[in-house]
Design a binder for this molecule. Structure first.
Ligand code: 6PG
Length: 483
């Protein structure tokens, strides 16, 4: 590896690190890689030689030796970390002693946002700049164009931007799906919410599949044709597209692979973090919460097998006719669109609240814009969300954009039909029904919280406010048992 020759260093040459490193190099940069596993370092260098052959200015090298790697970088050095969230601190422990004043470390993993804030402070004590950057798009995105959400030390952005921007995905209008998000943990906060929305959308799609497969007993090819048709209209998006592919994937013996996959969903934690952050900020994100819970519930595999034999529900044949009477599968398309819009709305509302609380200085419109391409939740609906922020940059909850609100209003009948019919058929729709309840709660001028306030005051003298008078009130509630 040549001394002080490389524009950027990538630390961690696993799937994401190697692919993003090659992507950045392929835009005409010299990228050095480091991984303590020599086999990974060699594989990265080898891929560089074949995949970047003939690309002007593109060059890669790799080492399993940290001194050689750091020495190979031009100063001030730019290092991009792509290691699992639980080893970021130990990676920093080994790197920091080798770095010098003004060097920049970008953490491109799925780190928790409070950790990114701590790391920025820690590195600043050494005169180093830290950027916490969400990266979305999986392996394919990393290699050919992910959506990237950098935040943290803004002083470092100008140096890093020309390296990262060309590697980002482009939206249909040609704009790059990367933008400075804001200060502190803003980049990783936004990526966390992206993943929370991802959980919500995936669960909504899974519920639609469940109604079609279990409720209406449709074959995978027939279900696929619905997803394909929906994907050609307003539901066009990455998750709908991959679902159509998954439905017809065959196993080695020709059977449908999907039917043989154990129905217990795993999670790495970013969805749960979103729910925790929303609870801490008192922002309702019920569809994301329901999706997190649904994954947990699916994992109670043995209990469910037991329940399927012992707990009563409607007869499958009754359920099927209830679903058809309700106009399914047709109504599902509109139900999904409404519920998906409501999920994005919950996530954006959370981001707006975090910005107000933590002073990130972010713009929700920018977030919606850079999610239009490259990331897992990219979808045509994000064009509508983005347009809503163009109309009103201060919009806190996209449901209150007149056009989006009107659209959900047009679709709410479908959402009701789908939720009611699935309930009648005994098919759980935790995400879709929570989206409907969220919508109905936000259009209710009066909710039964008056009763909750009265109950709190009854048993705990917690006081309540009145509609007709200012102040705080407590009542000596008459005990029926005493009268
Ligand atoms: C992305 C994905 C990516 C990863 C998820 C999976 O945006 O590219 O979100 O970050 O696939 O973290 O998360 P779970 O394992 O929790 O489903």
């Amino acid at each position: 590896m040549q001394h002080a020759h490389y524009d950027m260093g990538v630390v961690g040459l696993g799937v994401m690190g190697a692919n993003l490193g090659l992507n950045i190099a392929s835009r005409g940069h010299r990228v050095a890689g480091y991984d303590p596993d020599a086999a990974k370092a060699e594989a990265f260098a080898r891929r560089g030689q074949t995949e970047l052959d003939g690309i002007d200015g593109a060059e890669t090298a790799a080492s399993a030796d940290i001194d050689t790697f750091v020495g190979g970088l031009k100063t001030p050095r730019v290092l991009l970390l792509l290691v699992p969230a639980n080893v970021v601190d130990s990676a920093l422990d080994s790197l920091v002693p080798h770095l010098g004043e003004g060097d920049i470390v970008v953490d491109g993993g799925n780190s928790h946002y409070p950790d990114s804030e701590k790391r920025q402070r820690r590195l600043a004590e050494h005169g180093l700049h830290f950027i916490g950057m969400g990266v979305s798009g999986g392996e394919e995105g990393a290699r050919h164009g992910p959506s990237m959400m950098p935040g943290g030390d803004a002083a470092a952005w100008d140096r890093v931007r020309p390296l990262l921007e060309p590697a980002a995905a482009q939206a249909d209008d040609g704009s790059p799906c990367i933008a400075w998000i804001g200060s502190g943990g803003a980049g990783h906060f936004v990526k966390m919410v992206h993943n929370g929305i991802e959980y919500g959308l995936m669960q909504l799609i899974a519920e639609a599949y469940d109604v079609l497969a279990r409720g209406l007993a449709l074959a995978p090819e027939a279900i696929r044709s619905h997803f394909v048709a929906w994907g050609e209209r307003r539901l066009s998006g990455y998750l709908i597209e991959i679902t159509a592919d998954i439905l017809v994937q065959r196993d080695e013996d020709g059977g449908h692979l999907l039917e043989r996959i154990r129905d217990a969903a795993r999670q790495k934690g970013t969805g749960r973090w979103t729910t925790e952050a929303a609870l801490a900020l008192a922002i309702p994100t019920p569809t994301i919460d329901a999706a997190v819970t649904a994954r947990g519930l699916s994992d109670f595999y043995g209990l469910r097998q037991n329940g399927s034999a012992t707990l009563a529900g409607p007869q499958p044949a009754d359920g099927q006719s209830a679903l058809m009477d309700a106009g399914l599968p047709r109504a599902l398309e509109g139900a999904l669109e409404a519920a998906m819009l409501l999920t994005y709305a919950q996530g954006m509302h959370l981001i707006a609240a975090a910005d107000a609380e933590y002073g990130y200085g972010l713009h929700c419109g920018t977030v919606a814009r850079i999610w239009r391409g490259g990331c897992i939740i990219r979808a045509a609906l994000l064009e509508d969300l983005s347009a809503a922020y163009e109309r009103d940059a201060e919009l806190r909850n996209p449901l209150f954009d007149p056009a989006l609100g009107a659209r959900i209003g047009e679709l709410q009948g479908n959402l009701r039909k789908a939720v009611a019919a699935a309930a009648g058929a005994g098919i759980p729709m935790p995400a879709m029904s929570s989206a409907l309840a969220y919508y109905d709660a936000l259009r209710s001028a009066r909710l039964p919280a008056n009763l909750i306030q009265a109950q709190r005051d009854y048993f705990g003298s917690h006081t309540y406010e009145r509609l007709d008078r200012d102040g705080s009130f407590h009542t000596q509630w008459a005990h029926a048992a005493d009268s």
